[in-house]
Each structure stands twice: as structure tokens, then as C-alpha cells.
Design a protein around this ligand. Structure first.
Ligand SMILES: C[S@@+](CC[C@H](N)C(=O)[O-])C[C@H]1O[C@@H](n2cnc3c(N)ncnc32)[C@H](O)[C@@H]1O
Length: 219
């Protein structure tokens, strides 16, 4: 809990909802701790409460295959594997292969080494080369490409597939006047407008952690 990064809700609310949500497993707790202690950019890791949300949605959707854009240290991939069908897989993409030994160590500890497939490369190049179809996508890579990822996913996902887009409130910066927004917040604002303008999806945005949109492809 001491390692959680939370931007939108008060710390009090965050602690309370976490207390009554699926607890972090020992493996996830250890991965969270090691990431915070020794890896740059630890605020990127989903954490206990968002991890519980990913687990719950995966269990409800019961996907055959999951696609993740942005692996980082592999925390969310473990959560996304929660609801996989018997022979299903999580395909997760990252441009950074230096974290591979750490990812593999924790996926093995979680007993998921055969279920999580790591792809290394720019997601825009890797996604079109994948052969599996996906019922659930966690969009959590570089914010400047979110619109490109969305358009690409609309081409390849079946109707009914769900995209979970992370950081859609970007530290609350999307609420600021445009001239005060960071570059990333502007990218996210453009993404939110782009998704809203599409008639191919139904969306609900949740003010959790850094904002998560649940986007369902309807046509
Ligand atoms: C926010 S972190 C992912 C956090 C992880 N999903 C979690 O919840 O623990 C974003 C990751 O996207 C990766 N990334 C950045 N640009 C990318 C690209 N063009 N293609 C694939 N991955 C990229 C970064 O290396 C980083 O590890």
C-alpha cells in the first residue's frame, strides 16, 4: 500500500476502496516493492487497486486471449491473466527488453510463464504481425500513440472486444486549461475526444488512480 501511486481520488478514498478490494498477492506485492525500490518510472506500475480492477474485468470477460501494450515490469500482465480461458494467453508488448529477466522471474513465481508471451518492439509494428484475436486489450504504452493504437485496434479487434485505456485523466491535467497542460495530457485529451467521436465504441470512464476508460467495440 505504501507503494501506491494515485492521482485522481483522495488518499483516504484510495486506501478505503483498496481495503475492500481483492488483496495484492505475495508475488504482486514483491514485484511492486522491487519495482519501486530499483526500477526507474515506478509510478507507471498499475498497483494493488488498479490490479484488482484488471483482475476483476478479466475474470468477468473470461477472454481467450489478452493483448497488452506496455509491459513495464510485468505487474499488469499477471493481473490480466486472471480470467483467461484454459488455453488462453496474454500477449504483452514493450520496446524495452532490459526488464525481461525481472518480468520472467515474477511470471514464473506467479506460475504464469507459459501463459504470458512477451513481444519486444514498437507496438505499432508488433500488433499487425500477431495472429491471435483478442477479446481484451490493456492500452498502457506511449501516450503520443494512443490514437494510432485505437485506430489500429479498431481494424483488428472483433465486435464485443474491450479496450481498457489507462491514464485517461493524466494526473488530473486534462481538467486544466489547455495552455497549462503537459504534452502527454494534450495527447490524452486528443485521444479522449477521438474515442468519443467514434460511433464504433461504447465507453465509460472511471476516475480511478489515473483514470481508466472501458471501451467496448460495438461495430
Ligand atoms: C505505463 S508503462 C506500463 C505499465 C504496466 N502496464 C503496468 O501496469 O505495470 C508503459 C510501458 O510502455 C513501454 N513503451 C513505450 N513506448 C512503447 C512503444 N512504442 N511500443 C511498446 N511499448 C512502449 C515503455 O517501455 C513502458 O515499459
Amino acid at each position: 500500500m505504501e507503494h501506491e501511486h494515485n492521482w485522481i481520488t483522495s488518499e483516504e478514498v484510495h486506501q478505503y476502496v483498496q481495503r475492500y478490494s481483492i488483496p495484492e498477492t505475495e508475488v504482486l506485492l514483491a514485484l511492486n516493492k522491487e519495482t519501486n525500490e530499483s526500477v526507474k518510472g515506478a509510478q507507471m506500475l498499475s498497483g494493488a487497486h488498479q490490479g484488482a480492477i484488471l483482475k476483476m474485468l478479466s475474470a468477468l470477460i473470461n477472454p481467450r486471449n489478452v493483448l497488452e501494450l506496455g509491459t513495464y515490469t510485468g505487474y499488469s500482465a499477471i493481473c490480466l491473466a486472471e480470467g483467461l480461458q484454459e488455453d488462453g494467453k496474454v500477449h504483452t508488448i514493450d520496446i524495452d527488453e532490459r526488464l525481461n529477466p525481472m518480468r520472467i522471474q515474477y511470471w514464473e513465481a506467479a506460475g504464469l510463464q507459459a501463459k504470458i508471451i512477451q513481444h519486444i518492439g514498437p507496438a505499432l509494428e508488433v500488433v499487425p504481425a500477431l495472429e491471435d484475436t483478442f477479446d481484451l486489450v490493456f492500452l498502457d504504452a506511449d501516450k503520443g500513440n494512443y490514437i494510432n493504437y485505437f485506430d489500429l485496434l479498431m481494424d483488428v479487434l472483433p465486435v464485443g472486444a474491450v479496450i481498457l485505456a489507462d491514464n485517461v485523466m493524466f494526473h488530473g491535467d486534462v481538467l486544466k486549461p489547455e495552455e497549462e497542460q503537459s504534452k502527454a495530457a494534450k495527447h490524452i485529451q486528443a485521444f479522449n475526444d477521438h474515442v468519443q467521436a467514434s460511433d464504433r465504441v461504447a465507453t465509460v470512464m472511471l476516475p480511478v488512480r489515473d483514470g481508466i476508460s472501458i471501451i467496448r467495440k460495438i461495430k
